[in-house]
Design a protein around this ligand. Structure first.
Ligand SMILES: [Zn+2]
Length: 376
């Protein structure tokens, strides 16, 4: 998708960074969502509707038969619609952050705050009406109230540190909403019904995407139980009746290794390679289902726009793995990276590579993730 960068004025295809933000590949400035005024148009409604369809397609086939790239496309369409001011798309982006569909490197607190910025744009807009073409039916007040309920539910489940803050406190927000919607407005206590993504689901989708010819993940790490790995190991390739495990198949192409979380701090801290079906089966035999592990992957397959050559990817890999052993940098990511799911694309390395070697760019990226901030 080509858009115009507001910083350098060039037509660009944006970098999509690990925290869900977009950046300009020419000048490396972040593309801040330039929100236009809230309004429904035929164009933004169509983008929103297409996104909803893709999300629904994935949702109803999510046990492995549909690729997660459907959701990524859905989010991309939704974001475009939101930029054009469609309030339903803005609320939906809130849901996508709320339910953990976007990126994977947010702490719970960051995620709630991001979702809040979208939800609140809709339910605190203060508008009595929103311009809508006569051919499109929308009850604006219903959209506001539904968005408000989703927001309140999210805040009611948020970590204590978020709830303690005045901005994100449930009661304070309810009071503000009542002054908009009337005194009879109440928090229903129900969730929006949106499905929350698990790490298991993410890992499976992420590994399937490793062979994507256009945009494949470069490396990542997921913390989950051995039992969860076993569950996805039992799935076959989507749309394929062959008995072969999709995970076993991918492991032949993508470098996968693991370490028990409890062993991460120990002096040896050796990772175990998962390269064949038998190595998975050995892991299932040796460990308990409830054991927590970090599973790491590095992907040399698929499409990598900015790191197309193997030599470049090798430089990134050398920072994470040194002579077949996980480096201190990788261990640091797992220990201090603040979340249980990390996934990075070549876009992320590129964002940090200005006047730096690829090795230094990789370290800078991991520093950023460990410091708990998103892209700056
Ligand atoms: Zn630019």
């Amino acid at each position: 998708m080509e858009i115009t960068c507001t910083a350098c004025g060039k037509e660009i295809s944006p970098l999509e960074l690990y925290d869900g933000t977009w950046s300009c590949p020419r000048c490396r400035n972040l593309l801040i969502d330039q929100q236009s005024e809230l309004k429904v148009t035929r164009e933004n409604e169509e983008l929103f509707r297409q996104g909803e369809l893709l999300y629904a397609q994935w949702l109803f086939n999510r046990d492995g038969r549909a690729n997660f790239s459907l959701v990524e496309k859905a989010i991309s369409l939704c974001r475009r619609s939101a930029r054009l001011g469609n309030p339903k798309a803005i609320a939906r982006l809130g849901y996508y952050y709320d339910k953990d569909y976007i990126g994977g490197n947010f702490t719970e607190t960051m995620r709630v705050k991001l979702a809040y910025t979208y939800y609140s744009q809709v339910c605190f807009s203060g508008l009595n009406e929103v311009e809508t073409p006569p051919t499109i039916k929308m009850n604006w007040m219903d959209v506001c109230r539904q968005t408000a309920q989703a927001m309140l539910f999210m805040l009611s489940q948020a970590p204590a540190e978020v709830q303690d803050s005045k901005t994100y406190n449930v009661k304070a927000n309810l009071e503000r909403l009542r002054s908009n919607f009337g005194e009879d407005f109440n928090f229903s206590g129900h969730s929006s019904g949106y499905y929350k993504l698990s790490n298991k689901e993410r890992l499976f989708s992420m590994l399937l995407a490793c062979v994507d010819k256009k945009r494949a993940p470069l490396f990542g790490a997921v913390r989950l139980t051995v039992g969860e790995v076993k569950e996805i190991y039992e799935r076959s390739w989507p749309g394929d009746d062959k008995i072969e495990s999709a995970l076993g198949y991918i492991a032949k192409k993508v470098f996968i290794s693991f370490i028990k979380v409890a062993d991460l701090g120990s002096s040896s801290g050796m990772f175990n390679r998962l390269g064949t079906s038998s190595s998975f089966e050995r892991m299932f035999d040796d460990l308990d289902e409830s054991d927590m592990i970090w599973l790491f992957f590095f992907n040399n397959n698929g499409g990598h726009k900015y790191l197309g050559s193997k030599g470049k990817r090798k430089k990134v890999n050398s920072v994470l793995y040194e002579n077949g052993v996980a480096s201190d940098t990788l261990k640091r990511l797992l220990q201090f990276g603040q979340t249980s799911f990390h996934a990075f694309y070549d876009d992320d390395i590129y964002q940090y590579s200005q006047q730096k070697s690829l090795q230094d760019a990789t370290r800078a990226l991991i520093d950023q993730v460990c410091s708990g901030g998103g892209s700056e």
